[in-house]
Design a protein around this ligand. Structure first.
Ligand code: ATP
Ligand code: MG
Length: 398
């Protein structure tokens, strides 16, 4: 009845993200370390999600700031300000959205950008909200432009303007909305146009987790899953989890399988290391996609610069997958740089593969050297806070 309303994330089509973990035509990609959730994950994820801010591990600053926002709203008995959560896949955005609703004692409505392609979809969701409700709009950067404009008014004035009837009978109607809290999630705040970004009262940038925090995530999940994990085993998994709780949980489950099948079920460092070797997660946590991206960059393009589209084609993935799933971690690890002229391999990438960079100042490519890519379609990926120009990529479903 209300398209897009109360759609659980699992049932929402996410066009740009379906590429994640999907087998390519050339080769089925098995990615135990992939950051996006698939079937089995989602079931376990629901069970492993922390339910309140105290149980939410890491992200100390975000937790403190959010706690203040929510407590102040509770004290004043008003709905909390709109919250934007940005961060790479699997860092806890959906989890935090659920926690916000729980902490406010408010019902939670879940929908996502790809489910909102017409303003009518959004109007249906908005007009069905009850007072104080938390509306979680996942992948908000994939919402259609006309719907986005409707959202501006709803966020600011709690009002929607809708047109009833067609042709000469069409009449504009303005509907009042009950106060609600919008929680938007995006992989990068820079993908949102400033008018939308500025309407959020609080923006939380989720950072990658450090190994000690991931160890806590693993120990907590091990308790819930009733897996016996030695401290050294947890440390081994944490070090290979790409700074991402979802991956830590996933690797824990794969290591548990290995421990149960080949040993007595206890996760030691040795078991964890052997299991992760089987799943091709290397000592630095790079998985098949990460390695494919770096390998293409180094071997096919001499270390770059190369445009994102070219790189994505070379590894047989969607550009969004390379940009949103692989690159944030590679950039953070100092393995890859996004430059105005394209992607460039950093010295650590050459070293990781035991390769020697070609001689000469090739890291700073000469003007015009784009390795077969104009670079026009490949501006460097946005950093948090980057102002998005109209020419910048805004991922829309096809
Ligand atoms: N701070 C945390 N403490 C403990 N577990 C966490 C934390 N953050 C995330 N997790 C675990 O990681 C899983 C993935 O988190 P979540 O689904 O919230 O990520 P996300 O940022 O919404 O990812 P996506 O961008 O793919 O939607 C959760 O099920 C939860 O078990
Ligand atoms: Mg999510």
């Amino acid at each position: 009845m209300f398209p897009g309303a109360a759609t659980p994330r699992d049932e929402t089509p996410t066009p740009g993200r379906t590429a994640v973990g999907r087998p390519t035509a050339a080769e089925p990609v098995h990615r135990p370390a992939a950051a996006a959730a698939d079937g089995e994950d989602r079931v376990t994820e629901a069970a492993l999600r922390p339910k309140d801010l105290d149980a939410f591990i890491g992200q100390a600053r975000v937790r403190e700031q959010l706690d203040l926002v929510l407590r102040a709203a509770r004290q004043r008995s008003v709905t909390a300000d709109h919250v934007l959560l940005s961060g790479a896949p699997g860092l806890g955005k959906t989890t935090l959205a659920m926690i916000i609703a729980a902490e406010m004692g408010a019902p939670l409505r879940i929908t996502s950008g790809p489910a909102i392609q017409h303003p009518g979809d959004l109007a249906a969701v908005l007009t069905s909200l009850t007072g104080g409700e938390v509306l979680f709009l996942d992948e908000i950067h994939r919402m259609s432009r006309p719907a986005e404009e409707m959202l501006y008014l709803a966020m600011e004035d709690f009002r929607v303007d809708i047109v009833v009837g067609t042709g000469l009978d069409a009449t504009a109607m303005s509907l009042e909305l009950p106060p609600f809290t919008l929680v938007g999630a995006t992989v990068r705040a820079g993908l949102l146009l400033p008018p939308l970004r500025d309407r959020f009262g609080f923006t939380a940038h989720m950072e990658f987790y450090d190994p000690a925090e991931l160890e806590r995530v693993i120990n907590r999940s091990a308790r819930l899953l009733e897996v016996e994990v030695e401290p050294a085993g947890a440390a081994e998994i944490a070090g290979r989890s790409r700074g991402t709780p979802r991956i830590a949980n996933r690797l824990l489950r794969r290591v548990r399988d290995y421990a149960e099948v080949t040993a007595d079920g206890a996760v030691t460092r040795q078991i964890a290391s052997a299991a992760l070797g089987v799943y091709e997660v290397d000592g630095r946590g790079l998985d098949r996609l990460d390695r494919a991206v770096l390998h293409a960059l180094l071997k096919l393009f001499g270390g770059g610069p190369v445009g994102l589209s070219t790189l994505a084609v070379a590894v047989g993935e969607e550009r969004e997958t390379v940009e949103e799933v692989a690159e944030p971690f590679l950039v953070r690890e100092g393995l890859l740089a996004r430059t105005p002229r394209g992607r460039v391999a950093m010295p650590a990438a050459w070293a990781h593969f035991g390769l020697v960079p070609p001689p000469g100042p090739s890291r700073a490519a000469p003007p015009g050297h784009q390795n077969g890519n104009s670079g026009q379609d490949d501006p460097p990926g946005g950093r948090p806070g980057r102002t998005t120009s109209p020419a910048a990529p805004r991922h829309r479903p096809p």
